[in-house]
Write a protein that binds this ligand. Sequence first.
Ligand SMILES: NC(=O)c1ccc[n+]([C@@H]2O[C@H](COP(=O)([O-])OP(=O)(O)OC[C@H]3O[C@@H](n4cnc5c(N)ncnc54)[C@H](O)[C@@H]3O)[C@@H](O)[C@H]2O)c1
Ligand SMILES: O=C(O)[C@H](O)COP(=O)(O)O
Length: 528
Amino acid sequence: MTYRVLISDPLSEEGIKPLRETENIEIVKNPGWDETELLENIDQFDALLVRSQTQVTRPLLEKAARLKIVGRAGVGVDNIDLDAATENGIIVVNAPNGNTNSAAEHTVAMIMSLSRNIPQAFHALKQKQWDRKRFVGVELKQKTLGVVGLGRIGAEVAKRAKGQRMNVIAYDPFLTDEKAEQMGIKRGTLEEVLQAGDFITVHTPLLKETRHLINAEAFELMKDGVQIVNCARGGIIDEDALYDAIVSGKVAGAALDVFEQEPFTEHKLLTLPEVVATPHLGASTVEAQEIVAVDVSHDVIRFLEGKAVRHPVNLPSIPSEAMHQIEPYFYLAEKLGTFIIDLANEVISEIRISYSGDLSEIESGPVTRNAVKGILKRYLGSRVNDVNALYLADRKGITVSESKRSARKGFTNLITIEVIGASGSRKVSGTLLNGLGPRLVRVDDYQVDATPEGHMVVIQHIDQPGVIGRMGSAFAEHNINIATMQVDRSDVGGNAIMLLTIDRHLEDKALAEIALLDEIKSVTAIDL
Ligand SMILES: NC(=O)c1ccc[n+]([C@@H]2O[C@H](COP(=O)([O-])OP(=O)(O)OC[C@H]3O[C@@H](n4cnc5c(N)ncnc54)[C@H](O)[C@@H]3O)[C@@H](O)[C@H]2O)c1
Ligand SMILES: O=C(O)[C@H](O)COP(=O)(O)O
């Protein structure tokens, strides 16, 4: 199959080489489509690669019937409707580390531009004004840098500020005293950072909680003459409040690389001499763009090859060694899910998945998602995958729960899936056997041993002489060969089960005839 990949923002050509060098990938790069054309064409693509310009909206994602993955060549994903991606079973990946250094360096450049009025002085020179008085600056040494958000970039900026012999105080909900001490910086509350900073730089994501985090009240807390830098996301700083704070003299200067609305060319902030600005250049270096494009290209290739991705955004990120441990269970979990929903053959309200033995110590989330996928695809077909399985189960009012028991129960690893419907509970268990692969080992309370694949038949019957013989003859009359057969019973003469693998699908007519045989209580055909 050829996968079609659309690149709708400028990505480094060097960086997308891994995609170009992958045989079954066809690339459409920067076709110059506007929003309407993108909407018209998106359903032709399996993967979409963006930076921050393309708005990956819910309408776009809902139209993208073929889209499997959105790759963000950078950190911020606020231009992507993550809920819509999840609901439509589209995984989103990003490249969280590739542009950290560039963004940190750009932030330092912006701080120094502010401290020495470099852009303004250059602009004056270009106007043939040799003016040295107007552009007297300030040293950074001994000044305090307030950092709001000490993640990858904030921490790199803090390190560089220390190199300029600045004092650094930072606020970050996850910053500990130990980490602060280790970095030789002070940990403060947001208020303390705002009050202490001679320069204040923000490095948080744009979230509900961080939108307008730096607002009029925040400016009131700051020192008179404070200088503000935003190389993170437009919207963290309330631009109108910033304008007022500059005009009032509270803020002596502001350096902005990102804006609430981009492109940003008309805002009144740009009319102020105290403002320096760049058009979202923090990650715009040859090096950063190559790294982020390589990172996201590799993740797209991994995903299209059915492998785990390194930087999922709308799925929990699992370390690769842990993923390596659990990936072999995905197939088993999905097959058990399909098996049990066909066996139950009714609307269910609850899915209970239990992991025992070695599995009680694993990161079971991805395995659970594959089991739920196996169950739901009977209702929803191929649109359900491990990205949207839990969302779709929730939307159908099906509760999903997990439990773990270290007890081995006769198997080093065992997955049991129980579904609850109006007529009660049905359950199935499976295991991964070394060298033998996935095995189905329990159906309800019966012991079996079969490979969960192909055309299977579950027959519930009464444990009486002749039942098996009559059943075998019935299959023979329909020219259906029985490849494997497992029998178990609750007690002598009591309820019993046959689990068959047959060579072709059991047609309804044959199924109905077999179901009428004496002592047969139910016949269920399950195609895995
Ligand atoms: N200008 C650019 O071109 C450019 C380049 C790269 C990244 N960015 C942006 O910079 C920002 C930071 O990127 P990063 O890679 O450092 O992300 P990160 O996830 O490594 O760090 C973000 C930090 O913000 C902290 N945080 C979250 N909410 C907070 C709050 N309310 N107050 C204080 N801290 C809070 C988090 O705990 C985290 O430590 C992102 O928005 C990213 O999109 C911009
Ligand atoms: O979040 C990011 O990675 C930066 O804002 C970079 O955005 P860009 O890829 O549009 O330069």
